[in-house]
Structure formats: C-alpha cells, structure tokens
Design a binder for this molecule. Structure first.
Ligand code: RIB
Ligand code: CA
Length: 318
C-alpha cells in the first residue's frame, strides 16, 4: 500500500476485544489517519460498546469524534455476545476515562460528513454488524464515490460460528450485509475463512508484557480475558477476527485473497445470514467483493507485537 497522503479511515465496530485490538493496529500505522469512530450494537448493547469506543480512543490518544450508531439492527432483533466479551463488552483491563464527550452527530451523520469533507475517498473498517454502513448507504447513496473500500470482518464462505451457516456480525443484521454486498462499493471481506486461522497463542501474547507500555499491557490483558470463554470451547488460543480487517489493508502480502460474487441469504430457519460464494462463477454475476481466505499466521502475530511496541516511549504501564 503506497501513498503520499495518509489514508483516511472510519472505524465502525462493536468493541469487543477483537475490535479494540484491530483499532490498536489501525492507530499504530502512520499511513492511516483515523477520522472518526462509530459505535454499533453487537457484542454488547449500544450504550456499552459506545462507552468502550470512547475509552479505546482515550487509550490510543485519538483526538477524534466518537458517535453512537444504531441501537438495533435494521430489521432483526439484536443479539449480543455478552459471555464472550464480559459484562462491559470489553472486560479484562483497566481503561482510561473517556477524554471527549460523544459527538453531537449520529454515526451516520458523522460518517457522511467525513466522506463529504475528505479530499480523498475514505476506507470504512466495519468490524461489527454492518448496520451503520447500510444505513449510510441508504441515506446518502450519492456519497458512494467517496468510499474507497469497506473492509469488513464478517461472514464465512465455508462455515459460520453463531450457527453452522452464519457468522455473528452477518447474522446480527443480514439485511444490512445484503445492502452492503449489493451497493456497488468495493468490499474486502475478512470472513471466518481467514479469521479462524488468525490465531494467537498465550505464549505469544505474554511477550507483550515485556514491551512495558500501557497499550501492550492492555492488549495482553484483553487477550487473557477473551481467551477464557474460547478455552472453554476447546480453542487453544484467541482467534483475532477483527484485526484481519485492518492488516488485510496494510499488509495484503501476508494474506491470500480471491475476487468473487458473494450473496447473503435472508430466509430460512437455518440459512438466514449465510454468505454464499459463487466460487466458479456459475451465477453469471460479476465479483462484488475480494474475499480474504488465508494468511501467514506467524507474520500476522509479529505485526501485532510490533504495532504494540510502537506505543512505547514513556507510556506508564497499565
Ligand atoms: O464473529 C466474530 C465477530 O463477532 C467479531 O467481529 C467479534 O467482535 C464479534 O463482533
Ligand atoms: Ca466486532
């Protein structure tokens, strides 16, 4: 990714431990300029994830607006993932108090203003249900040319995780995902195909504590907490779902990707939220996304550790 000017980003998510770690990666890369953070209900209620957004912004010293998005999906009922991410939605680490009040604008209004005011097209990194992104596309279709790319964590072309067919972010708001995949904007899809390979193991994240800075210590504490539930389910490490949606932008060379046509199923007791991939072009539809399918795990982990190292230099420990 070579560019003279910084690439403007909007971070939209439902932090959530892996959203938070994805945002650490985005904030660590000097090629990006984070223009706004927008909260969407998912891992926890909107109120809780919004508060987490402001605390993460404070931890990363991001002097940007944080706006609250949709409290519920476009049509579906909200499902939260509380037992994975704890009562607050981001349990496990002491975080700094928010440094700024919430934006006076809604998430969609703030996203639209960022798109309008940006000299260059903007990348939206969406790591929760795509509710806010869909609402933006419905409300301001004329701003599509100002969207360079929507990089999502969502879906799975061979399996789900919330059901065997559907992944959590998509299943939470299938209509929103459908709108995104049919909007005609570039989509980079980091589904479970790659994110379940993006595993970090305890011995690897314990090294973060040797970096002696608050962000590194916080990420290690988040991973300690996030691993608890996953371990009960038989995972030996933590699947870093959302960080893929950032590193696939900044380090595409460590990933494998394929352009393909993906559709989102809305019906069926057991198929709703399924992301169907037209692997062999049988539908006649042109590709509508770039699906990320694999990665070099060790390089992925070392990039995370290096990103955390970059927050050193006088930071007090957590
Ligand atoms: O299925 C994984 C996704 O659901 C991640 O974005 C995680 O944060 C949860 O939102
Ligand atoms: Ca998320």
């Amino acid at each position: 990714m070579n560019t003279e000017r910084k690439i403007p980003l909007i971070l939209d998510g439902d932090p959530g431990h892996d959203d938070a770690i994805a945002w650490v990666l985005a904030a660590s890369d000097p090629r990006f300029e984070i223009k706004a953070i927008t909260a969407v209900a998912g891992n926890q209620t909107l109120a809780k994830v919004s508060e987490n957004c402001r605390k993460i912004a404070a931890l990363l010293h991001l002097d940007i607006e944080v706006a609250k998005g949709r409290e519920i999906p476009l049509i579906a009922d909200l499902m939260t993932g509380g037992d994975y991410h704890g009562e607050t939605g981001l349990d496990g680490a002491e975080l700094p108090a928010p440094e700024h009040p919430y934006s006076s604008r809604s998430a969609v209004a703030l996203m639209a203003d960022v798109l309008r005011e940006s000299e260059d097209p903007v990348i939206i990194v969406a790591t929760g249900p795509q509710t806010n992104v869909a609402a933006l596309l419905l409300a301001y279709p004329e701003l599509k040319p100002k969207i360079r790319l929507v990089s999502i964590m969502g879906g799975g072309l061979r399996n789900g995780n919330w059901t065997s067919a559907a992944e959590f972010n998509i299943l939470n708001d299938p209509e929103a995902a459908y709108i995104l995949f049919h909007a005609g904007v570039p989509v980079l899809m980091c589904g479970l195909d790659v994110t379940e390979q993006a595993m970090i193991y305890p011995a690897e994240w314990q090294t973060l504590r040797g970096l002696h800075n608050r962000v590194a210590d916080t990420v290690a504490a988040w991973l300690d907490f996030f691993s608890i539930k996953l371990k009960e389910l038989g995972w030996e490490g933590v699947t870093l779902h959302d960080p893929c949606a950032v590193l696939a932008l900044s380090h595409p060379e460590i990933f494998t990707m394929k352009d393909c046509y993906v559709d989102v199923l809305l019906d069926g007791e057991y198929t709703r939220g399924l992301t169907m991939c037209d692997w062999n072009g049988r539908t006649g539809h042109a590709p509508n996304c770039r699906a990320v399918l694999g990665l070099d795990r060790e390089k992925f982990v070392s990039l995370l550790i290096e990103a955390c190292r970059g927050f050193g230099g006088g930071e007090e420990n957590a």
